[in-house]
Design a protein around this ligand. Structure first.
Ligand code: URA
Length: 210
């Protein structure tokens, strides 16, 4: 199976990820690092945005200059940890719309349960970047992508910080058209569905709720 995945191995991303993995890193630093990494990952996930040319006048003359063309974006964090990737992406593309998908993971079955969904009506005309720091079993990502497609989305990328091979395979099997962007693919999942070595529960690390 061909894996539609881009691993962003830039030294800045890798260094910040190492700091985030460290269990001693406090929540406020963890959040700040996640925002910084989201800017760097955002650069890659948006690399192929459609461009056009516009005529502008610089102080020295007139030129044809590149600019983003019409196709608009929607950013969709999976609540709650996906929020940690949102601010950086919104800083890069302030005019993007934002949808939300609320999913929690049932601790016994590890299956996603949806409790909230709010998406722009014109999602079919937009490129979608789905945000969740941890691609673990892939169950939440697969369910969220299905909801996006049911709502009409046709162009979907999935942005995470860390992935497990199991999650990458699950998304590729159910949604081979969706490209995955991540900073690293770790070894495996443990029996509770956590990524190993990973960084623990991303939501708890962000908000200090452990
Ligand atoms: N979700 C997390 O926050 N961490 C994991 O390791 C797996 C899923």
């Amino acid at each position: 199976m061909k894996m539609p995945i881009t691993v962003v191995d830039h030294p800045l991303v890798q260094h910040k990820l190492t700091l985030m993995r460290d269990e001693k890193t406090p929540s406020n630093v963890f959040r700040q690092l996640l925002r910084e990494v989201s800017l760097l990952l955002g650069y890659e996930v948006l690399r192929d945005l459609d461009m056009t040319e516009v005529t502008i006048t610089t102080p020295l003359g007139t030129m044809q200059a590149p600019a983003l063309s019409g196709k608009k974006l929607v950013l969709v964090p999976i609540l709650r940890a996906g929020q940690g990737l949102l601010d950086g992406l919104l800083e890069l593309v302030p005019s993007a719309r934002v949808g939300h998908i609320g999913l929690y993971r049932d601790h016994d079955t590890l299956r996603p349960v949806q409790y909230y969904l709010k998406l722009p009506a014109d999602i079919g005309a937009r490129s979608v970047v789905l945000l969740d720091p941890m691609l673990a079993t892939g169950n939440s990502a697969v369910a969220a992508i299905s909801r996006l497609k049911e709502a009409g989305a046709q162009d979907i990328r999935f942005l995470c910080l860390l992935a497990a091979p199991e999650g990458v395979k699950a998304v590729a099997a159910s949604h081979p058209d969706v490209r995955i962007f991540t900073a690293a693919v770790d070894d495996r999942l443990d029996e509770n569905g956590y990524i190993v070595p990973g960084l623990g529960d991303a939501g708890d690390r962000m908000y200090g709720t452990k």
